[in-house]
Ligand binder design. Structure first.
Ligand SMILES: Nc1ncnc2c1ncn2[C@@H]1O[C@H](COP(=O)(O)OP(=O)(O)OP(=O)(O)O)[C@@H](O)[C@H]1O
Ligand SMILES: [Mg+2]
Length: 318
């Protein structure tokens, strides 16, 4: 459905996308991930013919993006990063207008808009001015716009950006549902969502593709495959020293220094479960124990590892 070969985009003096190649097959839901400024939006804009590439080739839905931009735009539903909406139009007027721009006839556009509004649960705001809608509803208008001509392929640039947790969940469910009938390439920073919706992940960093695999495989490939949290009543330095002597330990760190109990975060090597040994150690040393739990590595850990961003000490993922 998408075939990209050595695509490059240079802005004055700066390479935003550096000779990237990847494919997206029919029916796939692919997460397009990367840190800020990695080149995600630039790539998506090129694939939807809103920006020209400097070098390379790409076909989208069977059409060359350089020579057949009109056909590409017809076949792709694109939701840009900042959805440009006419704030003084009513939702239903706007969507009908967009449907007609995309080549749908009068009758056809009415039916298509009504379906898109159903899918995106927009009926209760259909007569409201877009300018008066909340951010979440505006995002949904953007999504309905992308859907209205029943495209084979959806390209969505951070569709959940700025939404509250309930709305994020709704949009996630919607995307899953759309994935049953469409091929989807979606850029987002919400990795938990990606784990739940995407069959494959492409990670781009500083204009280059760093990984392309299933979320499960990316996590499996991580060097430190898990983290164990241990809380005992003892001298933290002593606990760290004793724990570090056990086999399979990558690192042990005293994390929460505010507590009276020693809270130790232990990173383990792949496929090692050190909890039984930690329990034995606590018993042997007569340390009162109140926490011994393992957190499996997440896609977020894999992302941090691949893009070499410093780990956020405050992160809490279960
Ligand atoms: N019109 C432009 N002129 C010059 N440089 C640009 C332009 N648009 C983007 N860039 C640069 O290209 C790089 C990639 O930008 P892009 O918007 O594709 O990143 P992104 O991965 O979408 O980031 P984000 O997660 O913040 O949305 C950035 O360094 C950005 O500053
Ligand atoms: Mg972007």
């Amino acid at each position: 459905m998408i075939h990209v070969s050595h695509l490059t985009k240079r802005y004055a003096g700066r390479t935003a996308v550096d000779s990237i190649s990847f494919d997206v097959g029919r029916g796939e839901i692919v997460g397009f991930l990367g840190p800020n400024g990695a080149g995600k939006s630039t790539t998506l804009r090129i694939l939807t013919c809103f920006l020209s590439a400097t070098e390379g080739r790409a076909t989208v839905a069977g059409h060359d993006i350089f020579n057949e931009s009109i056909q590409v735009r017809r076949k792709v539903g694109y939701m840009p990063e900042n959805v440009p909406l006419y704030t003084d139009m009513r939702v239903i007027e706007y969507l009908r207008f967009r449907a007609q721009i995309k080549g749908l006839g009068f009758r056809e556009s009415r039916r298509a808009v009504s379906e898109a509004m159903d899918v995106c649960t927009l009926n209760e705001v259909s007569k409201k001015l877009i300018g008066t809608l909340s951010k979440g509803y505006r995002q949904r208008v953007g999504l309905a716009d992308a859907l209205v001509n029943k495209p084979e392929l959806l390209i969505l640039d951070e569709p959940t950006n700025g939404l509250d947790p309930n709305q994020i969940r709704q949009v996630r469910d919607l995307i899953r549902q759309l994935g049953e009938r469409h091929t989807i390439l979606i850029s987002t920073h919400i990795l938990h969502e990606v784990e739940m919706t995407c069959g494959r992940v492409i990670i781009i960093d500083r204009g280059k593709i760093k990984a392309s695999d299933t979320p499960q495989n990316l996590v499996r490939r991580l060097r430190s495959a898990g983290t164990v949290n241990l809380e005992v009543q003892a001298e933290p330095e002593l606990v760290v020293a004793e724990v570090s002597k056990l086999p399979g330990i990558a690192s042990a760190t005293h994390t929460d220094t505010r507590q009276e109990w020693a809270a130790i975060e232990i990173r383990t090597e792949a496929n090692v479960d050190v909890r039984p040994e930690l329990f034995d150690l606590a018993v042997k040393k007569k340390w009162p124990l109140r926490e011994l739990s393992r957190r499996q590595a997440s896609l977020e850990d894999a992302f941090v590892d691949i893009t070499h961003q410093p780990a956020d000490a405050g992160k809490s993922k279960s």
